[in-house]
Design a protein around this ligand. Sequence first.
Ligand SMILES: [Zn+2]
Ligand SMILES: [Zn+2]
Length: 266
Amino acid sequence: MVRYSVLASGSTGNAILIQTDTTSILVDAGLSGKQIEKAMHEIGVSADCLDGIVITHEHQDHVKGAGILSRRYKIPVFCNQKTWDGMEHIVGEIKTGYQEIFCTGDRMEIGNLALESFAISHDAKDPVGYCVFAGNTKISVATDMGYVNAKMKQRIIDSDALIIEANHDVEMLRIGPYPWHLKQRILSDHGHLSNETAAEILTEVITANTQCVHLAHLSAENNMPVLAHMTVKTILEQEQFKVGQEFDLEITYPDKPTKLRSVRRR
Ligand SMILES: [Zn+2]
Ligand SMILES: [Zn+2]
């Protein structure tokens, strides 16, 4: 049995709690230490119990509180070398012994969780997504991606729970207030996934084992929770998926945690 909550998601900060009875980790810690402690408190979990913080990439909205939490609770921080080099100036000093540098693709263990990182396409030094395994239960985290190729789909396929980016509605982004260069960046191969693209990927990676899909990193300017949910649901239903029956489709929030949800391979 594994529990998880998306504590916060979006350009103002990202953090996901994943825990078993003996092990707790955060995937990203992109809010202030206080905000993360508060979000964990809201779902009845103390930051004391954290055994590791794993980082996807060095952007502020993914690393902001990593150094503070690591120093305050003596938590090791896991990332690849280039991500470490890129985030060092943001997170401050992390003592030797609390830096765990891995190579992208290596399998690693934190307590009774096993993790596999995989390369993704985003405008960061060496960004990754993660598959986290508790026994044979699999939770995948895949956000901040300009596009997803067959190899990445192969990594996230058949997850019991999947947290995937649905950043923007392409039309809202096109007509929205962002300057042209920023629109280009978001739409590029190193930017962010649209609602439609997220849905198309989901049609290829959801299996009979999938119990919940969470749409993450929604843009506050170029998306709306209702629109993201409706767009993805509609495309999945066109492909004969029974949303709400075979699996749940849920939204994540920039300012409140999703409920702590248990999942187990069925
Ligand atoms: Zn981000
Ligand atoms: Zn990013």
